[in-house]
Ligand binder design. Sequence first.
Ligand SMILES: Cc1cc2nc3c(=O)[nH]c(=O)nc-3n(C[C@H](O)[C@H](O)[C@H](O)COP(=O)(O)OP(=O)(O)OC[C@H]3O[C@@H](n4cnc5c(N)ncnc54)[C@H](O)[C@@H]3O)c2cc1C
Length: 393
Amino acid sequence: MPAIKFRGVDFIQFDSLLTEEERLVRDTTRQFIEDNLVPIIEECNRAGRFPRELVKPMGDLGFFGASLKGYGCAGMGNVEYGLMTQELERGDSGVRSFVSVQSALVMYPIYAFGNEEQKQTWLPAMQKGEKLGCFGLTEPGFGSNPGGMRTRARKIGNEYVLNGEKMWITSGSIADVAVIWAKVENENDKIRGFLVETDRPGFKADDVHGKWSLRASVTSGLSMQDVHIPEANLLPKSDGLKSPLMCLNQARYGIAWGAVGAAMACYDCALQYSILRKQWRDQPIASHQLVQDKLTWMISEITKAQLLVLQVGRLKDAGKVEHQHISMAKRNNVWMALECARISRDILGANGIADDYPIMRHMMNLESVKTYEGTHDVHSLIIGQSVTGIDAF
Ligand SMILES: Cc1cc2nc3c(=O)[nH]c(=O)nc-3n(C[C@H](O)[C@H](O)[C@H](O)COP(=O)(O)OP(=O)(O)OC[C@H]3O[C@@H](n4cnc5c(N)ncnc54)[C@H](O)[C@@H]3O)c2cc1C
């Protein structure tokens, strides 16, 4: 079977809804992924290796903090940003996760809740990929309900002392700085964000091993035992649980686009394979009605997902997006992508389980994507709350 090369997916002239600049960002990212990630991703996935050599080139292309303005950031519109994450995830969800964390979960909170000095210290270096960040919200005992967190900060003199554990932290052990969310004992346990340099005494990051998903991304547990940080490391405008949730909203938006990329990769691979693969009377499997039904389901769902996330992006650009809109896009598109991965794997038969093709890797990655940044069910509850006015958490 000859090598299958991605050709893009556009059933209803979706491209005509994009500006020239938006298409340029999409095409530049697509080419970068094709040239630099596709040739190495299966090796990275097998070895459980994050392709760190791509950090600098990604910084040079403006991928980090791409939607922020100033501090060397690209200042992209939200649709440009989304198309970039789509193409990154078409390559691999782990690499997209790295970019999302660096951008939406570390640079964004510094940008939104930090003071000028913090922004000057971190944002230009993070934009270039010279400094890496991680986002510590989840704990071993609290995932969907982060408000239950046990991590505490105590103000002593002109320092804060942090104690606690964070779990499932993307880029934890490669980060220079961690945005840590903790309850401040001296402020009635209000949740606030802190910049914690990872070389401070008492801070430890241990990688999670044995993952079947996001193998090209670093995932760590963090432990903080009496970690002293200067009071200047508090993100001064962080104010309760809504602050980390604002960060998650940014990241979820990028995921909603990213999932379209993973789905496109699986669908296009399955489509090409089905035309090349012959069974019965020397005819391609694409000639059978049941196979066509599967391809039809996928292209229909991908097309709907593109339109959904484009509208959410346009609302975001207009300053009119609501968190439930982003929840719908994340929930629908990740579910859709996971279904596409499963159907595509099925179309490839036995070949579908091998890493000669990207499908099984995408499928395993998408299991994490379904869980993180608010599980599928949590987004059901957010949408349910928005339409009924009743909190069912
Ligand atoms: C690879 C990976 C990377 C990650 N990176 C980060 C990171 O960088 N930073 C970070 O802070 N976190 C990160 N996470 C953590 C992620 O955000 C959490 O896993 C997620 O919030 C879910 O929490 P949990 O795993 O504890 O599951 P739980 O909250 O225990 O949920 C388990 C199940 O119960 C369901 N459930 C929970 N509550 C309800 C309810 N009220 N009603 C109905 N069903 C419910 C869930 O939908 C789910 O199906 C990462 C996770 C993974 C897998």
